[in-house]
Design a binder for this molecule. Structure first.
Ligand SMILES: Nc1ncnc2c1ncn2[C@@H]1O[C@H](COP(=O)(O)OP(=O)(O)OP(=O)(O)O)[C@@H](O)[C@H]1O
Length: 340
């Protein structure tokens, strides 16, 4: 990949939350919400981050959007490290990183008209004139499929899908370099989900947008994303291009996610053996030693219980953090069965 193709580099990102002591002599405890996450996002692409609830997806998104502070690591946008930026420089970077949130009900100010909601980032972050802002509001409203006269309405006068369209227009208002979508459709009905996903795809084609797309739903990620990382308990367990990862998952956790609901993905019907995960993920307050997944992995060996597997390049852009994946004749061999 050419250097200039990379819009975002995330290097060893860590977000550890320190919890208040429960008593005077109790030790302070830490939540290892994001614990050394690295990935690259190509300009003009859609990059997915998937995993179960609590694996650290939203925390990663918030840290990237500079809405919470990272504990460690670096975020490099367009070749510029964001570590230690402040004041005007930080404001400029924030402009380039806009978010679309999960809940279109709570993410829009109920007291503001739609035109003011969409205009707000332009008023705060740019020097655009009133006329320029008004024209851009009209342009964005049309782009997301709403009618111009609807700009005078308040959020409660819209359906969930329409509100998410307003959230998308607001995120695009200041021409962001990266649009971070945190579960943008999971609060919507299935039929509306498809409409919003198609709108995001259309906008990407029309405007050359780059997305970071956070979702627990692999079907949505498969539809929209070019490459992805699979997270488990604060770490990336597997990453690669969509085609490789969906046709040949190597990590037992990725395999379990992909085969969890074979009926939902018709392309996998009849080709997979289901790997059912028992129990919930352990707490990020007290992650298990070694591979975090070993407590739920049917293939776990002694080494998995003691040594943390690094994320290794296994060819074709695929990376996996599993002791049990080996390379034979240049090809990765995994303990999970290959799809038929
Ligand atoms: N401000 C905070 N203080 C302490 N712990 C936090 C805080 N924010 C998140 N966490 C914890 O960090 C872990 C990761 O949370 P996060 O919301 O990033 O996960 P997620 O994968 O996005 O899950 P979900 O889809 O349910 O939001 C969870 O255990 C969560 O309880």
């Amino acid at each position: 990949m050419n250097e200039s193709d990379t819009l975002l580099e995330v290097r060893d990102l860590k977000v550890h939350f320190t919890l208040k002591k429960s008593g005077m002599f109790a030790p302070a405890s830490k939540v290892y919400a994001v614990d050394g996450v690295s990935f690259n996002v190509k300009r003009g692409s859609a990059y997915g981050i998937v995993g179960e609830s609590g694996c650290g997806k939203s925390t990663t998104a918030l840290a990237l959007a500079q809405l919470i502070a990272a504990t460690g690591g670096d975020i490099i946008l367009n070749g510029t490290s964001l570590a230690g930026l402040s004041g005007k420089d930080l404001k400029e970077v924030r402009k380039g990183l806009q978010m679309i949130f999960q809940d279109p009900y709570s993410s829009l100010d109920p007291r503001q008209r739609v035109e003011d909601i969409i205009a707000k980032p332009m008023r705060q972050l740019t020097r655009m004139t009133k006329t320029e802002i008004a024209n851009r509001v009209d342009e964005l409203i049309a782009k997301v499929g709403l009618r111009t006269e609807q700009k005078k309405l308040f959020p409660h006068q819209f359906s969930g899908g329409q509100r998410q369209r307003i959230g998308i227009a607001r995120a695009l208002a200041v021409h962001p370099q990266l649009v971070i979508c945190d579960e943008p459709v999971s609060a919507l009905d299935v039929a509306i989900q498809a409409q919003v996903i198609n709108l995001l795809k259309q906008l990407q084609e029309d405007m050359g947008l780059t997305y970071l797309f956070i979702s627990h739903d692999l079907a949505v990620v498969q539809h929209l994303c070019d490459a992805l990382s699979v997270m488990y308990l604060g770490r990336v367990v597997e990453q690669g291009e969509r085609k490789e990862l969906f046709s040949r998952p190597l990590h037992p956790y990725t395999y379990a996610l992909l085969t969890a609901d074979p009926v939902k993905d018709p392309t996998l019907r009849g080709k997979t053996t289901r790997l059912r995960l028992e129990g919930d993920p352990p707490s990020p307050l007290n992650p298990p030693p070694g591979c975090h997944f070993h407590t739920r992995c049917p293939y776990a060996q002694d080494i998995c219980r003691t040594e943390s597997p690094p994320l290794r390049d296994v060819g074709q852009g695929q990376h996996v953090a599993c002791h049990l994946v080996t390379i034979v004749d240049g090809q990765p061999v995994s303990p999970v069965p290959a799809f038929a």
